[in-house]
Design a protein around this ligand. Sequence first.
Ligand code: PEP
Ligand code: MG
Length: 555
Amino acid sequence: MVTTIHGTPVVPGLACAPAQVAVSDVSEEALRRYGDGGHADDAEALGAYDAAVEAVAEGFRTKAAAADGATAGVLTASAGLAADRGLRAAVRKNLRAGQPLLTAVDHAVEQFATVFAGMGGLMAERVTDLRDIRTRIVARLVGEPEPGVTLPATPVVLVAADLAPADTAGLDPRVVVALVTERGGPTSHTAIIARQLAIPCVVGAPGVVDAAAGHTLLVDGAAGTVELDPDPASAASRVRADAEERAALAAWSGPGRTADGHPVSLLANVADPASAVAAAAGPVQGVGLFRTELGFLDRATEPSPEEQAQVYADVLAPFSASARPVVVRTLDAGSDKPIAFATHPDEENPALGVRGLRLSFTDHGLLERQLDAVAAAAERTGVPTRVMAPMVATVDEARDFAAAVRSRGLQAGVMVEVPSAALLADRMLAEVDFLSIGTNDLTQYTMAADRMCSDLAHLTDPWQPAVLQLVALTAAAGQRAAKPVGVCGEAAADPLLACVLVGLGVTSLSMAVAAVRAVGARLGGVTLEQCQEMARAALAAPTPAAAREAARAVA
Ligand code: PEP
Ligand code: MG
């Protein structure tokens, strides 16, 4: 009998290859051998620490030089974190208190990890990076190779407890044919990288690290399953059929519609001019989400309205010739996206704090200046530009925001990320021109489960019945008001869920451009009536897994 491990499906596709388990720790034997390091004094121990840190940082810098864009940025940041002066000071203090070097490093890293975790959001996510750096430093000290991913030349399924950015940066999809992790949720770092590389991915697969070594794995990224040692002939034929299906996808060129011609706008999520250029070259009808805050994560001070206008115009420009519309989201700073010039520091609970539109309650000028800049960019490029606000909770917020946007001659919408906005969708729509459902946050707030918390991946699943109910409410309100209601969270990129969303009445789906063809092709294979039947079946299901199964059975 074949053993199957069930996890959370992230990137659809089938792949079969021997497992390659990423080493995540230094061997016990090496640690025992190193003992207290035998350093003559604190200064000598600190010298050994400095040398190890420099080697680790240099490793990151070398990888960064070979990487591009965001990946290079992540690796450079890791090099900086390894060589952090504060971390070094904590190690020195521990050494002076009489701790042996390995203990001193361990305690210093844990002290920082506690602080990072307490800050929540993106900083909390860096705890994984910090512990990865600790393991690398320890490996250097004891004279072992740095742990991580050593890849053979032949295809493998990469299996890990969790993957740090340093492990996932620059993965070659010809060698790593699928990714499986024991931890992590659908919005984790691993998931995002896998989606970019378009390799089948399953996260949150319990026990996979212990089970996988020495076995061949068949990974089904759509079903979220990992089969150990499947029958080779049937696995090969399933992978072949999947590859043919994926090749057919590559030929899909839009526009988005169901098999019976019901139109569904397929849109791109973008963050900066480079992603806008890539999106404009894809089969999309425009941009459904321009995350403006992502361009300013490293800015200490607010960019001037003119500088902002230039950045926004650079993002709008690729859509100018085709006059495809772009939805600009105002700054969603705070929580997992802290921005020095906007975020309120020291919040107890940043995800429930002053983030997104809420920043304008105390600093109205921030929103006003951004809207001026968006209006200027729209004027310059001639692109049909709409503006929406993140984290809207009340109808008054929607009304005030719409007035501010419309006074600049632009259409206004709000995101549905807070359950209150979904429950009040009719009243929200009376105030704005459109709604856009942010399923990432809507799921987080509906299920009261941090989207970054890998232990809660089963809750942060947009197939949860409660989340689907709120999407249904919102879409139905849109149909009553005859106004567009889109989805721009990661849920839109799941081809099966996309059909369900359309069946619920959603009018547009916005996603990473790499996901568009798979969604478009899947939608083109079902009628609107089938989508509606899938939606009814998913809504009636008791669990996310049952909802997926029910929708798949109809399709
Ligand atoms: C969402 O919450 O679904 C969303 C699209 O916004 P972000 O992921 O940027 O929070
Ligand atoms: Mg959001």
